[in-house]
Design a protein around this ligand. Sequence first.
Ligand code: PHE
Length: 453
Amino acid sequence: MAKSSGNEQTNGAKSGDSFSRGGFILAAIGSAVGLGNMWKFPYITGIHGGAAFFLLFIVCLILVGLPVLLAELAIGRGGRGSVYSSLTKLSGSRWRGSLGFIAIAGSFFIMAYYAVVAGWTLHYAMLSFTGGLFHSGGYGDIFGNFVGSGMSVFWQFILMLISVSVLIKGVSGGIEKLNNYLIPSLVVLMLLLAAHALLHEGSGEGVAFFLEPDFGGLTAESVLVALGQAFFSMSLGMGIMMTYGAYVDKRQSLGTATIAVAGGNALYALLAGLIIFPTVFIYGIEPGEGPGLVFIALPAAFAAMPFGSLIGGLFFVVLAFAALTSAVSILEVSVSFVHDYFRIGRRTSAMLVGLLCFLVGLPFGLSLGGDAQGWLVPGGRTLFDWAEFICSNVLLPVSGLINVWFAGYVWKQAAKEAALSPVMTRIWLGMLRYVVPVLILIVLLYAIGIIRF
Ligand code: PHE
């Protein structure tokens, strides 16, 4: 066991570029921890009554998140290629491989709109530190004037540029390095912010809302929202974990990695709640405020607290770091596909995909406000919302179903690749075959309006 950790380049993906053990876990956590945890999770938890919803989210992580994550990692490591080539290789069939296009398309469009919001976090971090955010009050107006503006496009471009420059450097020199710096910094900053929020007088009410369950507040819809969130927040159905799986050493335990990633993600959501809910209650904000919670309601709270521009700035830096490590992971899905399907070098693939993704994201961002908005709202929904709706509610669950079917029924070596104990293998395959598909299907049918409660 001369080299039990560190860089194991020899067993890597085709190109020889691969993650170290710890590097892979950090990168997968970096992908999972993103705007979903900091931006979406708090407000849906607020809407669905707090603590009981958080527990439900954890149950969904265990029931659906763990088995699907392991399935995607196993497929990736077994196939050792992009989503398309791994599925093709393992099933020996191109049409089955081409089902991977759903994940590739989904990840591409998600990145296109995710880069818009991730860009906002950079802008808000900058504005907080310079104090610019806190002079003029009217946070709804500030936000309203900013979305869809040239400034928003500028930050969207910067975010894409950073992501592309990381991907150009490859897996160990780019993705792994980025996560090695950002994830530990993220943890330290989160702990500081949580301590700051919790030590504040009156934080108890927020903590109680977040951690004392009241199951009366849960509805059937809460269950589906929790399932959807567990899926999104673990970066499933997007091809990410398959793509990352291809760069994992053969000797690394995927079971342990799966638990580490789910645990890291859940802990992070917990910390995010412990920062956001006390702040929300102390400053009299409605916890179920909706998507504006982070960009409109919280700045008002930061403005009112001592050292608010520092705290607010750090908060948005945390958000930006979390978003960046996710953005890189999702862009890599398309980059690795273009790289191995068209046999184009990594640098060119990353630049092409990044540019295209930026251009596709333009109308999404512009549909949210500003001058061009008028013609970007077909069917009463902004293009941004359309993209989000179709990706999260249709493409992700469909691609999740495909992966589960693939690992559960098509690819006979899945259990061998996952290398769990015999009992765990049986539980895992049982979940993949009989439980998870039903749950995902219900979420899908509910999301597109076929079933109602
Ligand atoms: N888990 C990520 C999040 O919470 C999901 C995601 C990954 C979204 C990558 C976009 C890009 O933000």
